[in-house]
Ligand binder design. Structure first.
Ligand SMILES: Cc1cc2nc3c(=O)[nH]c(=O)nc-3n(C[C@H](O)[C@H](O)[C@H](O)COP(=O)(O)OP(=O)(O)OC[C@H]3O[C@@H](n4cnc5c(N)ncnc54)[C@H](O)[C@@H]3O)c2cc1C
Length: 398
């Protein structure tokens, strides 16, 4: 068993902790995101500071930064520091059009989670595929300021506005025919909000692999959403993205065999727990298992075999550590490094179900004493999750 001492709640102390204990699991230097901190206080402050006014018109703005209308709440939503329900309620009373647009986006996040809970690992195989013409490239043309700024922000801050994600994904796959899975992995390694659910759905939707048509990225969007980039561009008189990319033909693939990772709709209690098991899906103070067991210590395992495979950017681990260290200010928290099924073996665990395949595998080995339902924004149902619009109609009716 490897139990780690918690660092102090300062950025340098957390970075030193990650470098010392988790440095063998990351590539490159260890530093946190300069613009986004982990922790419940940061999550609450980000939500309190978000004004939804103007969101509908400005959510797609990329540059300059002061034109942007996106909330930047996604890392906190991703790791359960903010639930979709909390965020939904927080914008009540704002201008109707902005509130509606913002809530539509929260429903996209919810849809991504339902979709992933129903197809799990098969989400890596999209509904449609490009015939075997995948090109070997691996990157973006960083001579173009529009692409260079987006890649720099991805790698430096660990976050991007939705529009820039679409530019990068479209350029990677639709224009250059590069394998979408390598691009998706690259995003996943860097994004503080990186989740297989929303990231795979975003890539498939943008590149046309999971929707009816692809998103074509060209100079037009740059001039509209990031005025100024084209003036600085060395290719401004011979722009390589002047025209829409050709939409290459796609072949349909069968809908995969479904799984059910949605979890219980009420608490399952088998015996008395002695520890709350925290997963990266649900690290907020409002985690249902934490709330139900206020006197128990919490334990989090940095999953060494998984992290060794993923090779995440250190910013993601700094974010998680900051979150856990801050939680330790209000209740005892144990940090472990290793395989969760080994580190937590023999403990009587209370946990919040996470609708992802990795949770199912580990929970079936650990047999939690108490399992709390995932805090869905919309209760999962048996209907189809093949398209957002059909899913949306169904959940709006129910
Ligand atoms: C190629 C690609 C990859 C993506 N990868 C991820 C990812 O790994 N994790 C992730 O959370 N989102 C992902 N998204 C969705 C979206 O880009 C981000 O959620 C959003 O940019 C986060 O910024 P924000 O919090 O300011 O969003 P806001 O615009 O302020 O929206 C508020 C919240 O709504 C949700 N949301 C907004 N847009 C979307 C969307 N298109 N799909 C799903 N949820 C949405 C998010 O939870 C977001 O935090 C991806 C989109 C694309 C096109």
């Amino acid at each position: 068993m490897t139990r780690l001492d918690l660092p102090a709640m300062t950025r340098p102390a957390v970075e030193a902790f990650v470098a010392e204990h988790l440095g063998h699991l990351v590539d490159g230097t260890v530093s946190g995101s300069p613009s986004i901190r982990g922790g419940q206080r940061s999550a609450d402050a980000a939500l309190a500071g978000f004004d939804v006014t103007g969101y509908a018109n400005q959510r797609n703005e990329v540059a300059p930064i002061n034109r942007r209308g996106a909330s930047r709440l996604s890392p906190y939503i991703r790791h359960g520091l903010l639930t979709l329900g909390q965020v939904w309620d927080a914008v009540a009373g704002g201008p109707e059009r902005d509130v509606q647009k913002f809530r539509d986006e929260l429903l996209w996040q919810e849809y991504a989670r339902h979709w992933y809970a129903r197809i799990g690992h098969a989400s890596a195989r999209p509904l449609r595929r490009r015939p075997a013409t995948t090109e070997p490239g691996d990157g973006w043309d960083r001579m173009l300021p529009c692409l260079n700024a987006a890649v720099t922000e991805l790698e430096h801050d660990g976050w991007l506005v939705n529009q820039a994600r679409m530019w990068l994904a479209s350029d990677w796959t639709v224009r250059h025919g590069q394998d979408w899975r390598r691009g998706e992995d690259r995003f996943f390694r860097h994004l503080l909000d990186g989740s297989r659910a929303a990231n795979r759905l975003g890539w498939q939707w943008t590149t046309g692999l999971g929707s009816s048509k692809s998103y074509g990225f060209s100079r037009y969007q740059v001039e509209r959403r990031a005025p100024g980039y084209c003036q600085q561009c060395p290719y401004r008189t011979a722009c390589p993205i002047e025209d829409w990319p050709d939409d290459r033909p796609l072949e349909s693939v069968e809908w995969p065999k479904e799984v059910d990772l949605t979890g219980p709709d009420r608490r399952i209690a088998n015996s008395e727990p002695d520890t709350v098991w925290l997963t990266a899906e649900s690290l907020g103070y409002s985690d249902p298992a934490l709330v139900a067991n206020p006197n128990l210590p919490a334990a989090f395992v940095f999953d060494e075999p998984l992290l060794a495979r993923l090779r995440l950017d250190a910013k993601r681990l700094v974010f998680l550590t900051e979150t856990l260290v801050e939680l330790a200010e209000v209740r005892p928290v144990e940090l472990h490094l290793g395989d969760p099924t080994v580190e937590l073996r023999g403990r009587s665990l209370a946990v919040t179900h996470a609708p992802v395949p990795g949770f199912q595998t580990r929970a079936s080995a650990l047999h939690p004493a108490e399992t709390h339902p995932w805090p869905w924004l919309r209760a999962p149902g048996p209907g189809s999750v093949k398209s957002f619009s059909a899913w949306r109609k169904r959940v709006d009716r129910s």
